[in-house]
Every structure is written in C-alpha cells, then in structure tokens.
Design a protein around this ligand. Structure first.
Ligand SMILES: [Mg+2]
Length: 325
C-alpha cells in the first residue's frame, strides 16, 4: 500500500495490520512490496476474484459482509484446490473514504482472515465505483492439488453442506424478508457470510479425484467439473441435501431449483471412486462438515438431471423444470 495523503492515507490505516500474524511473512504491508517465504516442498496456489457493487453484491450490502465475502470467495477457490491458505492482497476502489464503512469492511475481512490464519500482506486503494479485488495465496504439497480434471465415469459425485441456501438468502434480500423469522435469517446469513470449506478441501486430498467450488450454481459447476474430466454427470435431484430452512421457506420444488441453479454457495463439489464415500465422510467429520452423494460421473457428455425416474438435460441457458413428483 503506497503512502498516500488525506483520505487515502486514512483508508490505508485500516489495512496496515489485518488478519493473522504469520512467521512466513518476512515483510508485510508498508514497503513497496511484500516479502514472503513459501515453505519447502510445497506448491504456491494463487487465486484472484473481483466483486463489483450491484453485480456481485447488492448496493444495500453491509460493509462487514462485503469484506467477508471478498475474502471468502477467494478462500473457496483455494479450498477447491485442496490448498491451505496463507496470504491475501486487497485492491479496494471506492468513490470516497468513509471511516465508519472502512472500519466495518475491515472487521468483516479480519474475522474471516483470522479464522483461516490468513495475513493481509499488501494491496492498493484507488478512487472509483465500489470494487473489491482480493488475491489469496496458499500451499499444497507438490502434486497433491485437487483439480477439476481428475474425474472418471462411474465415480460418485458428492457435495458438502446444503446447497441453495445462499441463493435463497439472496432471493429474500430482494424480497425484503420479514425480520425475526429464524429460517429467513439463517438463509440471509448464508448469503452474506459464506463459509469457505478450506478444512474440507485439505482433508479431501488423496480422496477426491476431482473438485470444484460452487460459485455459479451446482448443476453448472458440476458440468464444468465433468467437462474438464472429459465426461458427463448425472445428478439425482431427490438426493440433493436441502436445509430445513430452505425447505420451510421455499417448499421442495423451489428449494431444489435454488440448490441446482442458485450460485454463491461456496460448497465443494467433488468426485470419488465408488466405495470411498465412507472415507470422505470420515475425513470431513472432524471439521464438522457433512458431505452427501448426489450423483455420478458418466460417459455421456453434459449434465443429466434425474428426477422421478425422468432424465432432463440441464443447460446454463435454462432448461425445462422437472415435473413435480
Ligand atoms: Mg472456483
């Protein structure tokens, strides 16, 4: 972060010491660049994501939620690679410096960074429409990263958590949900403060054959994993693990649609050899994260939704909604 004057110096004050204090940061925020010491025998894993106001988060979003989500979406990409997160860099563009907004943004970022032992090691601030770019870096033992391309036909498709909750929360945000309803509040929290599955990703090394995080919707992201693996995927719609809050708020049909098509879940979607479901569940259980089998990889390219014995093709351009069963 360059030494600025006036209001941008104020911005930089909020980010001088943010997140975990790590011994592998030889020099963090304050010089022209950071000096970092990656551990021997590890590959550096890097990801970058940009959030734009009005595109990736509502204009009404709380500053703490924006700070949290900007880091969370990136940590989720590291989780999908099986990487242990370590460092982050932040580029913040904003129309003007608002001290209270910045303090809240930093608080949201800081809480998640500390929870995952991530240090903020540098960044930049500029003036313009509100845009947040975060780069994260982490480590994985050489050759141990989880890739999208490792799946094979006949393997099981599994998902962590309960997909659809974040999309349900966003729909409620748009609909101005009734305050005080616990199910609505749970779903909105899932959109505002997604939990990246970093521990799950690390624990799935050596078990998952392929992995992706769900950012754009389960069905579409399953299609990306399958395409990268050179095969197709069948999803058993009745097997989707749905949260009680999503079911209670939206009903079964809409809940399934949100789980398949809604984005922003940041759960992990992965393939495993048949017979390894127990291994995956045992590996994840110390992290308190559940995983469920929801289908399998198949020879036939594309995304095939199986519901009530009927197979429907899913396409990102929209598809015929499955009949109610
Ligand atoms: Mg991703």
């Amino acid at each position: 972060v360059p030494a600025g004057s006036g209001e941008f110096a104020l911005i930089e004050r909020h980010f001088r010491r943010l997140g975990a204090q790590r011994r592998d940061v030889s020099l963090g925020v304050g010089d022209d660049a950071a000096l970092l010491a990656p551990p021997a025998g590890m590959q550096l894993v890097a990801a970058l994501d940009t959030l734009v106001e009005g595109v990736h988060f509502p204009r009404s979003a709380a500053a703490a939620s924006i700070g949290h989500r900007a880091l969370a979406v990136n940590l989720s990409d590291l989780a999908a690679m099986g990487a242990q997160p370590a460092w982050a860099m932040l580029a913040l563009t904003m129309p003007s410096a608002d001290d209270a907004w910045l303090a809240e943004f930093a608080r949201g970022f800081e809480a998640l960074a500390c929870a995952h032992d991530v240090a903020l090691v540098g960044g930049d601030t500029t003036r313009g429409p509100l845009t947040v770019s975060v780069q994260v870096m982490g480590f994985v033992p050489v050759g141990a990263a989880l890739l999208r391309s490792g799946g094979k036909p006949g393997e099981l498709l599994c998902v962590t958590g309960t997909p659809g909750d974040a999309a349900g929360g966003l729909a409620l945000e748009d609909a101005r949900a009734r305050a005080g309803d616990p199910a609505s509040e749970y779903l909105q929290q899932r959109f505002r403060y997604p939990a990246p599955r970093c521990q799950a990703g690390v624990r799935l090394r050596g078990i998952a054959s392929a992995c992706i995080d769900i950012s754009d919707g389960l069905a579409g992201d399953a299609g990306k994993l399958a395409a990268a693996s050179g095969c197709g995927v069948r999803i058993a719609v009745e097997e989707l693990p749905l949260s009680p809050a999503l079911l209670a708020t939206f009903g079964e049909d809409r809940a399934r649609q949100l789980a398949l098509e809604g984005g922003d879940d940041y759960e992990l979607l992965f393939s495993i050899a048949p017979g390894r479901l127990g291994d995956a569940q045992r590996a994840l259980s110390p992290s308190g994260i559940e995983c469920h089998r929801i289908g399998e990889l198949c020879e036939s390219a594309g995304v095939h939704l199986v519901h009530g014995g009927v197979v429907t093709q899913f396409s990102a351009q929209g598809y015929d909604h499955f009949a109610t069963g």
